[in-house]
Design a protein around this ligand. Structure first.
Ligand code: KIV
Length: 266
């Protein structure tokens, strides 16, 4: 299977082909979505919320991101793997940012990194791109800014905020990002940004007019009951299947019907 490159992803925008993106944090999920033909696998710092049980993404460390990125890369042949830069891995200074982006590529095996912010991180994006590491931007509802935003709130509803987001998107593109995630913004604004940029926009809670869509795998499979945002479409109830399986195992053990002769050695 030929592995997708950033050039393939950019060509999809030119060709009008939608880009399908999902998050993954481990080998089995990466294998399944890769075999299904996903275009990009994002090793998101959402791992903190949906796998590690943190309240938000802020506690996620570089070591955690490296561990999950390596597992995903081992399960991937065709998809482009993008790894999230966790909070505090790029905000303090450019040296940190370059070093940590390099670690995600060198030690994690990712082909690209993603970081949150607009005009305020343009210089950081430029510095990482100058190391030949492809960067995905991320603007709008940026979970690492949860305390500034006062929670997970749709961004860009007011005209002034919308203008700022358009400027952020242009700054991210001008800094050299090859794609940008638009999260939690009104659909008409996402449409305007998508038309204004030559790089692909990947939406999450940003309507249908983006060049691609990304969702968290645990959300679409019903694996995370903590909260379910309006923009998530649930494609399966995997929690129900897992609970049933676990319940049946417990019952079998308690009743002595497992292991049977077929599971035992003579
Ligand atoms: O961390 C993540 O999973 C993300 C996506 C939701 C865009 O950043």
């Amino acid at each position: 299977m030929k592995q997708r490159t950033v050039l393939d992803i950019q060509k999809m925008k030119v060709d009008g082909e939608k880009i399908a993106v999902l998050t993954a944090y481990d080998y089995p999920f990466a294998r399944l979505m890769d075999a299904a033909g996903i275009d990009i696998i994002l090793v998101g710092d959402s791992v903190g919320s949906v796998v590690s049980g943190y309240d938000n993404t802020l506690p996620v460390t570089m070591e955690e991101m490296l561990y999950h990125t390596r597992a995903v890369v081992r399960g991937t042949q065709g998809a482009l793997v993008v790894a999230d830069m966790p909070f505090l891995s790029y905000q303090v200074d450019l040296r940190d940012a370059r070093f940590n982006a390099g670690r995600l590529v060198k030690e994690g095996g990712a082909q690209a990194v993603k970081l949150e912010g607009g005009t305020n991180v343009a210089e950081t994006i430029r510095a990482i791109v100058a190391m030949d590491i492809p960067v995905v931007g991320h603007i709008g509802l940026t979970p690492q800014s949860i305390h500034r935003m006062g929670g997970f709130r749709v961004q860009g509803k007011q005209e002034e905020q919308a203008r700022r987001l358009l400027a952020d998107a242009k700054a991210v593109e001008a800094a050299g990002a090859f794609a940008v995630v638009l999260e939690g913004i009104p659909a008409p604004l996402a449409q305007e940004i998508t038309a204004a940029l030559s790089i692909p926009t990947i939406g999450i809670g940003a309507g249908v007019h983006c060049d691609g869509q990304v969702l968290v795998i645990h959300d679409i499979l019903g694996l995370c009951e903590k909260y379910s945002p309006k923009f998530v479409k649930r494609y399966a109830d995997v929690s129900g299947i897992i609970s049933e399986g676990i319940q049946s195992y417990i019952t079998d053990v308690k009743e002595g019907s497992f292991p049977g002769p077929e599971h035992s050695f003579k």
